[in-house]
Structure formats: structure tokens, C-alpha cells
Design a protein around this ligand. Structure first.
Ligand SMILES: Nc1ncnc2c1ncn2[C@@H]1O[C@H](COP(=O)(O)OP(=O)(O)OP(=O)(O)O)[C@@H](O)[C@H]1O
Length: 261
């Protein structure tokens, strides 16, 4: 059973979703990558964005992070419109991209401090925050090591720590476990679930690996640029009448079945 966030003091804007996407479409030339996509990531939820290759997951992340401009629909981060209030929206957002983006020649700590500086966090406060997060994650002993000398799983954990340096309330992770072995994958999922439970942060976890999703999670199924289903893990199972999420997922992305229907 997935842990739920413990009671947190209600903050201004409590009840506002960490992420709200409404009616968003995006095309690359004639190819439609996203078609009228709407979804929510409630604060304090682990929401899996489940979709096969080419579903549109990375395109959606690129729109939320403003790499691409959303010309249709609206995207709000903690109530701030990413188009009209980009500074407010992006300052509350942490991102772990699919491609690795740490500087391999810098130490773990220097990578974190560099990111802190970009967010206007002073050296002392940045160092304190970095060491605190590394300790929470059990990798404080690697702070002075060059990133080049870490394993793939440790690099990913450092990237998550980096994404948390400025205390975001929404964390986006784009297929973060790609290339990791089973144990590292499980450790990474556990690290992020702990954040949801302890800090009430909203998480959008893009993946095509069904085993990463568990009871208590929210699931959004994306396929060929469209949301095929959204709800709790349990609701998706009940809807499909299946015993496991794999069967439910295969039904939802079955184009042949859809065409026949
Ligand atoms: N820059 C681009 N130019 C043209 N087409 C693109 C571009 N980026 C993505 N696409 C297309 O948009 C669709 C969605 O791609 P996207 O990368 O968002 O999917 P994804 O769900 O992240 O896939 P994956 O799991 O393989 O990373 C695909 O058909 C892809 O080929």
C-alpha cells in the first residue's frame, strides 16, 4: 500500500492541483503529437503518465517546462499559468529529463550548487540544502566525488536531489529509470514515493514500465497523443475487469480493438 502524505499545514492555494493540463494539443508539422490532452496531478499524489514509445510523454513535458510554447489549451502549475506567469510557474517546478544532464567533470556537490545559483539560492544555503538532501537519500558520502565515478542509478538519484534544491511543489520525471537495473529502479521509485509521502509534493512520473506503478497511485494512460484513461490504479483495474494493470493497459492501447469497435 502506498503511503499517503501525512497531514501538512494548509497553505494558500491548498486544494489547487500541482499540475493542471487542459485541452492541450501540439503538432510537429502535420504530425499530431498531442491531441486535446487534459489531466491533473493533485498535490501530494504520485501520478504515473503511462504510455508506449511515441505516446507524447516527452512532448507534454516540453510544453509544461516551456521548451515549447502551448498555443492551445492551458497549463497551470500550482495555479500559475505557464504562458502568462512563467516565472511563478517554473519556480515551483522541478524536472528530471530523460537524457542525463549532470556535468560529469564536476563533483556531486558542485553540480547541486550550480543549480542552486541558477535559482538565486546563496552558497551557504545551497550547500546546506544539498547536504541535507544527499543525507536523506543516503548518498552524502558521495558529495565530493566527481559525477563521472557514480553508477547510473546514483546519477539519477543526484538528478532528483538537484531537481529538489529549490523546494518545488511539482516534480516531473521523464522515464527516469531507463537503463537502470531492477534494484536501482526500485530504489529510485522508493525515493520518489518517500517524497510524496513526507513532503506532499505532486509527482508526474512518465513511464512505459507497468511494474513501476502500484496500488494507491494515480494513472493517466496516454497513447498516440490522446488520454485514454485517467484515474486511480484501482479504478483502472475495475474498469477493465482485469486482475492486473498490464491487461488493462493493453486493452486501452489496443488500436485494432478500437478500430473494430
Ligand atoms: N522534434 C520533433 N520533431 C518531429 N516529431 C517529433 C518531435 N518530437 C517528437 N516527435 C513525434 O511526436 C510523437 C510523440 O513523441 P514523444 O517523444 O513526445 O513520445 P514519448 O511518449 O516521449 O516517447 P518515448 O517513450 O519513445 O520517449 C512521436 O510520433 C514523435 O516521433
Amino acid at each position: 500500500m502506498t503511503a499517503r502524505p501525512r497531514d501538512l499545514p494548509s497553505a494558500p492555494g491548498a486544494g489547487v492541483p500541482a499540475l493542471a493540463v487542459s485541452g492541450v494539443s501540439h503538432a510537429f508539422g502535420v504530425r499530431k503529437a498531442l491531441d486535446d490532452v487534459s489531466l491533473d496531478v493533485p498535490a501530494g499524489s504520485f501520478t504515473a503518465l503511462l504510455g508506449p514509445n511515441g505516446a507524447g510523454k516527452t512532448t507534454l513535458f516540453s510544453l509544461v517546462t516551456r521548451l515549447y510554447d502551448n498555443r492551445s489549451g492551458a497549463i497551470h502549475v500550482l495555479g500559475s499559468d505557464v504562458r502568462r506567469q512563467p516565472a511563478a510557474a517554473l519556480s515551483r517546478l522541478g524536472v528530471v529529463f530523460q537524457a542525463r544532464t549532470l556535468d560529469l567533470e564536476l563533483t556531486v556537490l558542485d553540480n547541486l550548487l550550480y543549480h542552486a545559483t541558477l535559482h538565486g539560492i546563496g552558497f551557504r544555503a545551497g550547500r546546506h540544502r544539498a547536504l541535507e538532501l544527499l543525507a536523506q537519500d543516503g548518498i552524502a558520502d558521495r558529495a565530493s566525488d566527481k559525477v563521472r565515478n557514480l553508477s547510473g542509478g546514483q546519477m539519477r538519484r543526484v538528478e532528483i536531489v538537484r531537481a529538489l534544491m529549490h523546494r518545488p511543489r511539482l516534480l516531473l520525471l521523464d522515464e527516469p529509470t531507463v537503463g537502470l537495473d531492477i534494484a536501482s529502479r526500485a530504489a529510485l521509485v522508493a525515493q520518489v514515493r518517500a517524497l510524496v509521502a513526507q513532503e506532499g509534493i505532486g509527482v508526474l512520473w512518465a513511464t512505459h514500465i507497468i511494474e513501476e506503478i502500484g496500488p494507491g497511485d494515480r494513472v493517466v494512460v496516454l497513447h498516440r497523443g490522446r488520454v485514454r484513461a485517467e484515474g486511480s490504479y484501482e479504478e483502472l483495474l475495475a474498469r477493465s475487469g482485469g486482475e492486473d494493470l498490464s491487461a488493462a493497459f493493453l486493452q486501452l492501447v489496443d488500436d485494432a480493438g478500437e478500430a473494430a469497435a
